[in-house]
Design a protein around this ligand. Structure first.
Ligand SMILES: Nc1ncnc2c1ncn2[C@@H]1O[C@H](COP(=O)(O)OP(=O)(O)OP(=O)(O)O)[C@@H](O)[C@H]1O
Ligand SMILES: [Mg+2]
Length: 415
């Protein structure tokens, strides 16, 4: 047995380089005011201009690229050629083929972009057919100060909230599975070491991680790699540890687990704004926090606190998800705003952070969680599953925007 569970030490300590926090500050409000945040969405294109410009040209690679320059990514404020999205162009006797490599497989407008590129290239004189392969390479999040990233992990995303019971774990699980369904490589770290319930929600509470050369191999469910206290210390024995040990656990979850290559490592946070949040922010570059709330005021107050906390520890807030937004009675179809209405979106506007979407209440969500079949898998056509998938696309988009931001916007916070 390489790890022992005595409430003091989870794994043998490895001296991984962990540096103190070097606070950075993002001028987010100004940035966001600039972006219209229509992820990967091409701006409307003047097709006749393309045709006119192309008539004079002979068909070759630069003609195709020039035409495709008309498509701009409004999130990144550049055209898709400059952004390096177009790869492997081949032209064979009027038959044009190329790849469009987006910044996330969860891009909500993949098809729209493909259609637009198809239209544009087809309009070039001499083109007889167009074959476009849609692909994605998730960019690695920018380094933040002196923090050391987890090898192979491109983006760490914390799912948090100031308040308990608002659906953080449910959002984290469905977000992770939705991103995996879209084709991303995803890990899920259950950082709620006192109340770990993610393994139940993923139906792997009986799985045990193997050990490979002193590293834990995460268990896997629905294409998501998972590590949780619940698979390390099964049963109902509570974990009783203080802050410094907790810090060590978070560190070991990050550095002593064989995560492999991941596009996104989703971290399910415990409620509140305590030690775990602080440890995570201090240990590794967290690309962003997704804040979950319900619409009512008591939840919003706690989320405001969480927003401030993430600002203080220099973790960008990717946006706000409103969970349990409303309930549609299955028998009558009547809508009930059990926890009020629109609070999440108002909060997002108030703090100039994106609103990532609202997820209605539904028995299938709770049932899916209890049965270990997330609603995005068990009831993929339900309004709740569709809402979670939209949230996943929105989160992926915000991560791309964060990752592609010029280093210039990272300003050292005045001490
Ligand atoms: N949209 C929803 N519709 C119906 N039930 C939901 C929804 N979201 C979450 N739930 C249920 O609410 C309960 C609490 O959710 P969850 O455990 O995800 O919250 P949490 O914020 O992670 O809680 P904690 O603060 O204890 O970690 C669970 O039983 C879950 O199935
Ligand atoms: Mg939870």
């Amino acid at each position: 047995m390489i790890y022992k569970m005595n409430n003091e030490l989870l794994l043998p300590s490895f001296e991984n380089p962990v540096n103190s926090v070097n606070p950075v500050h993002f001028s987010r409000a100004a940035e966001r005011a600039l972006a219209d945040r229509r992820a990967c969405a091409p701006r409307s294109t003047n097709l006749s201009a393309v045709r006119h410009n192309s008539i004079m040209s002979q068909l070759n690679e630069s003609v195709v690229l020039d035409a495709l320059r008309q498509i701009r990514d409004p999130d990144l404020h550049k055209d898709i050629v400059t952004l390096g999205f177009i790869r492997d162009i081949s032209i064979d006797d009027g038959q044009v083929s190329f790849r469009i490599v987006l910044t996330t497989p969860a891009c909500p407008v993949r098809e729209e972009m493909q259609n637009e590129a198809h239209q544009i290239v087809s309009a070039i004189p001499g083109v007889t057919s167009v074959n476009i392969t849609m692909d994605a390479e998730v960019p690695k999040g920018r380094g933040l100060g002196d923090k050391v990233s987890v090898p192979g992990v491109k983006n760490i995303i914390a799912v948090s909230s100031g308040k308990g019971g608002v659906g953080k774990s449910t959002v984290a699980v469905n977000l992770a599975v939705a991103l995996a369904l879209d084709g991303a490589q995803v890990g899920l770290m259950d950082a709620d070491v006192y109340g770990p319930n993610v393994p139940i929600m993923l139906g792997v509470s009986h799985a045990r991680p193997e050990v490979d050369v002193n590293k834990l191999i995460p268990v896997e469910a629905y294409g998501v790699k998972l590590i949780s206290m619940a698979v390390l210390q099964p049963g109902d024995k509570p974990l009783i540890v203080r802050g410094p040990i907790l810090h060590g656990l978070v560190k070991q979850f990050l550095s002593d687990v064989k995560w492999g290559e991941l596009d996104y490592l989703i971290v399910d946070m415990p409620p509140g704004t305590g030690d775990v949040q602080l440890s995570l922010a201090q240990l590794v570059p967290v690309q962003g926090a997704v804040l979950v709330t319900t619409p009512q005021e008591v939840a919003l107050i706690d989320v405001r606190r969480a927003l401030r906390m993430f600002e203080t520890v220099a973790v960008p807030v990717l946006g706000v998800v409103e969970n349990m937004s409303y309930f549609i009675a299955p028998d009558t179809g009547a809508r009930y705003n059990i926890f009020g209405e629109g609070g999440g979106e108002r909060l997002a506007n108030e703090y100039h952070v994106p609103f990532l979407g609202s997820v209605p209440m539904g028995i299938e969500v709770r049932e899916g969680g209890d049965k270990g079949v997330p609603v995005v898998v068990g009831q993929p056509e339900s309004p709740q599953a569709r809402a979670f998938r939209k949230v996943a696309e929105e989160v992926a988009r915000q991560v791309s925007i964060e990752a592609m931001k010029p280093e210039l916007v990272v300003l050292k916070k005045s001490q």
